[in-house]
Design a protein around this ligand. Structure first.
Ligand code: HEC
Ligand code: HEC
Length: 301
């Protein structure tokens, strides 16, 4: 496959390459003519400070030789490797092919390492020092940019080192989160609770009362009656639902940091979606096993 969008660019590159080589050859041949002449003939006619003559001396032979070598090298290279427009080169080398060959070689080297863990339960992998180290490296390379290098998360990114889970903390639940990704989705709920900002304010105060945050008790008791709408996902006891990724609202763990009334009103009014990417496209199943075991180990010391 050619990387060029039209054959024009291929011809354009060929023309520039050919011109470059022909130009260098021409300059060298021109220089060789100068060598033939005698020193007398080579004078430029410029005389400085009375007797200092400027002579057009030929280039040193070793230098000219090197220059010819580079030209032959370039021609041989373009014959064997891609580079001359979209000509493929006689060796059939491609950067993608080399990458694949090296990856395959790397995979073959680590395969026995991974094979050892394929049949081991996550709990045992987590206790294995080598496996845990590999899991941690996978985590640092792939997960730390969102969940933090110590897995403590951040605004919108869950803490994976505590024992509070949106989607469940059993080994197979963690593996599922990592393999398929997760889509935390709370649609706007304002209509379901009455539709006005006052309704949202009341429910927000009720939510704050659940985890002991400072709240307006009168508002909270109004809000309690409207929490039915939320119970479908967060549960009647507001302790969350791992099947939907709906967080527990009664604990002190908050995905977006400890909320104010305004934050919760905003969550109710506008809803929120939050995406954990799927990894089965990027990591192999055996890598997912190791990184999941590492994550599991963080909250199961
Ligand atoms: C682009 C950012 C991003 C990256 C990279 C990322 N995650 Fe996540 N992850 C998230 C978000 C956001 C959530 C929360 C989804 C939600 O709100 O439901 C999440 C959730 C999770 C959960 C579920 C947490 C719970 O409480 O149930 C696990 C487990 C997890 N991630 C592990 C990983 C692992 C392991 C990696 C690396 C292989 C990784 N994540 C890489 C953004 C990311
Ligand atoms: C359709 C299911 C669903 C309904 C109904 C729902 N929620 Fe949610 N809620 C979620 C999900 C899923 C999340 C997590 C979103 C994320 O991953 O960022 C969430 C997150 C929240 C949060 C943030 C929690 C945190 O840890 O930061 C609050 C507060 C909240 N919901 C309150 C409510 C209230 C109040 C109602 C009722 C008015 C409600 N929810 C109704 C699914 C729902």
């Amino acid at each position: 496959m050619s990387d060029f969008i039209s054959s024009f660019w291929s011809l354009w590159v060929m023309a520039i390459v050919a011109f470059g080589i022909i130009f260098c050859v021409a300059v060298l041949l021109f220089g060789a003519q100068a060598r033939a002449a005698t020193a007398e003939d080579r004078t430029t006619g410029h005389v400085w400070d009375g007797d200092l003559r400027e002579i057009n001396n030929p280039l040193p032979r070793w230098w000219v030789g090197m220059f010819w070598l580079t030209i032959f090298f370039a021609i041989a290279y373009f014959f064997m490797y891609p580079g001359f427009g979209n000509v493929k080169g006689s060796l059939g080398w491609t950067s993608a092919g080399q990458y694949e060959a090296e990856m395959a070689k790397g995979d073959a080297q680590v395969a026995p390492l991974f094979a050892k863990y394929a049949a081991m339960p996550i709990e045992d992998i987590a206790k294995d020092k080598d496996a845990n180290g590999m899991g941690q490296r996978l985590f640092l390379n792939n997960c730390a940019q969102c969940h933090g290098s110590s897995a403590k998360g951040g605004n919108g990114f869950p803490d994976l080192s505590d024992n509070d889970w949106l989607w469940g903390g059993k080994p197979e639940q963690i593996m599922e989160s990592v393999t398929k990704g997760r889509n935390g989705n709370m649609p706007p709920q304002i209509q379901a609770i009455g539709g006005t900002p006052a309704d949202a304010k009341a429910v927000a105060n009720y939510v704050m009362s659940l985890s002991g945050l400072p709240h307006d008790a009168a508002q909270a008791s109004i809000g309690k009656g409207k929490f039915m709408a939320c119970a479908a996902c967060h549960g009647a006891d507001a302790k969350g639902n791992v099947a939907l990724g709906a967080p527990n609202l009664t604990d002190k763990v908050w995905l977006m940091g400890v909320p104010s009334e305004a934050n919760i009103v905003d969550q109710i009014t506008n809803g929120k979606t939050n995406v954990m990417p799927e990894w089965h496209t990027k990591l192999k199943p055996e890598q997912i096993r190791l990184v999941s075991a590492y994550v599991w180990s963080l909250s199961n010391k």
